[in-house]
Design a protein around this ligand. Structure first.
Ligand SMILES: [Zn+2]
Length: 412
């Protein structure tokens, strides 16, 4: 079994110093970019950003002279438990694909899910992701692996019916995570009835935790829910009391402008998974510019490696920008800053986690540093370089919660 070999450096007393950062892409309110400054962390927090901070406390020092320092990326939707299914059933549409994978997944027991979670976690961190929303079976085992790996995560198990709801509640009631939070996840509008959706929403409101659902992934689903309930998918969720600030809607391709208005009114959040959607040929294009126009907060997700087939959020950013520009015949429809926001600060908002998604004093020390030398020069537009030129393999160092997990491209 692949063991958890992510070890961490923190220096003496948990201080780190990212020295001479060539660029710091803060993602703060003003989206400021600093040049040639240092970042000092203390415990799990960013303590100071300034020029010429001297190391006096036995800090672990990361030389960032030729690096871009930025917030760790936030993946708002994946299923790491499916990691061993990469490359299985690559040419099927969603429902056929689900059916084909079902058999394989039935064989996937707790031990395999643990191994897959570790493998997925390592891949995601290697590519610069520091926060992962992860849903699958065996939530307890997965939560344990995230805690052991010290990777920030939101963990849920999937609810279809009363039995799986109770199972999920038992997990959440017992969860006492340091870096792991729980969420409750209804599978979809086509296999959860209104009563289950209401119960999921009630539990999420009672506990103040995130609730999540897959919705509007295929055109077929849209017609099925209309036939079953006389409502569009988002209307159906609204009538079940499912929409709300703590609600994360995943995919949202096949929805109307009227439904977007409801999402905006309830302040629900959306996870956009462009690569998975294109690979499964979901048709249509998620109405992202329309969502932005109505001020809906949208984050990015890779979905699982069975439908992506990797966990590289840099690739996800580029694909997102290309998809919408191409679709609307308008290269200005989605700027690189908007895309970067989706992978950082807006992803954090989607998951309801305060204190991550930007590099600011007082925020959590979830930081990545990218080597600039191979393919990120010249810097005519730093944000454009990150969205259109960077790849996960440019990530040189990763710090999660004030601890260095990746150093010079290697796990410590
Ligand atoms: Zn999913």
């Amino acid at each position: 079994m692949l063991s958890i070999t992510i070890k961490y450096l923190t220096g003496n007393a948990g201080y780190m110093l990212l020295k001479n950062c060539r660029y710091i892409l803060t993602q703060d309110k003003g989206r400021r970019i600093f040049e040639n400054r240092d970042v000092q962390t203390e415990g799990n927090t960013i303590a100071k950003i300034a020029k010429g901070i001297s190391a006096q406390r036995g800090e672990e020092i990361i030389d960032c002279t030729r690096k871009i320092v930025m917030p760790g990326l936030v993946n708002t939707h994946t299923h790491l438990g499916m990691h061993s299914l990469r490359g299985k059933s690559d040419d099927k549409e969603l429902f056929e694909w689900l059916k084909e994978l079902e058999g394989e997944e039935r064989e996937t027991g707790a031990k395999k899910v643990r191994e897959n979670t570790i493998a997925g976690m390592r891949e995601a961190v290697r590519f610069g992701t520091t926060t992962i929303y992860d849903s699958y079976k065996y939530p307890q085992e997965r939560a344990e692996e995230f805690e052991k790996g010290k990777v920030r995560a939101v963990v849920s198990s999937t609810v279809y019916d009363e039995k799986t709801l109770q199972h999920s509640k038992a997990f959440l009631n017992g969860l006492n995570g340091k870096i792991v939070r729980g969420a409750i996840a209804a599978n979809s509008v086509y296999n959860c009835d209104e009563k289950i959706l209401q119960q999921v929403a009630d539990y999420s409101n009672e506990k103040g935790i995130l609730r999540r659902i897959h919705v509007g992934e295929t055109r077929k689903e849209r017609f099925e829910i209309l036939k079953k309930s006389g409502k569009l998918a988002i209307e159906y969720l609204e009538s079940a009391g499912f929409l709300g600030e703590n609600c994360l809607l995943v995919h949202c391709i096949w929805i109307t402008k009227g439904e977007i208005a409801k999402i905006a009114m309830h302040k629900a959040k959306v996870s956009h998974n462009p690569v998975s959607n294109m690979k499964l040929a979901s048709g249509g294009v998620m109405p992202l510019p329309e969502m932005h126009a109505q001020k809906v907060v949208v984050g990015l997700g890779t979905d699982s490696v069975a439908s992506n087939n990797n966990l590289d959020m840099f690739e996800e950013m580029k694909m997102c920008a290309l998809l919408h520009r191409h679709h609307k015949w308008d290269p200005a429809i989605l700027g690189s800053q908007q895309v970067l926001d989706m992978a950082t600060i807006n992803g954090a908002k989607c998951l309801g986690i305060e204190g991550i998604g930007s590099i600011e004093e007082g925020k959590k020390a979830d930081i990545i540093a990218l080597n600039m030398d191979e393919n990120l020069l010249p810097v005519n537009d730093l944000v454009s370089n990150i969205v259109f030129a960077a790849q996960g393999l440019n990530v040189n160092d990763v710090v999660i919660d004030g601890k260095q997990a990746l150093k010079d491209r290697e796990f410590i």
